[in-house]
Design a protein around this ligand. Sequence first.
Ligand SMILES: [Zn+2]
Length: 160
Amino acid sequence: MAMTCKACTHPRRLELDSLLATNFASNRRIASRYSLTEAAIRRHKSLHLSARLAKAAKAREIVDAGTVLDRLKLAHEEAWEILAEARQAGDIEIRLKALARIERQLELEGRLIGELRDGQTINLVLSPDWQRTRLAILEALAPYDDARRAVQKALRQASS
Ligand SMILES: [Zn+2]
């Protein structure tokens, strides 16, 4: 009996396939994330995924999540370097831009790691790394009252 594959027809199919292909998450976790049954995921994985992957690899549609994370980390380090330079040069505008970038990167990294880790989502706000980073950001901005308040406000909004 012909049956429509709910994974194949899923609106976030590409994302789903890339998670399945990189084996970063269990079938159970992927199933719950995309509101599918584990059986549907298993079936899709064994019957449809490899054909799709071959096609997608050609079209470069599949993003390797690990590679994205690596690139993100590099960009992150660069942003911190820019921040350090701007601090030394006393360039508050560049500093704030670097901080904003770092903030976005942290957010993205948190989300990405949440996708990659099996079984649990990361609460970015509670993660010790984030706490340390936030502290460092606010500390660095301490001499700049307005800037610190603006960043603090943005951080609160981002984490609510
Ligand atoms: Zn399928």
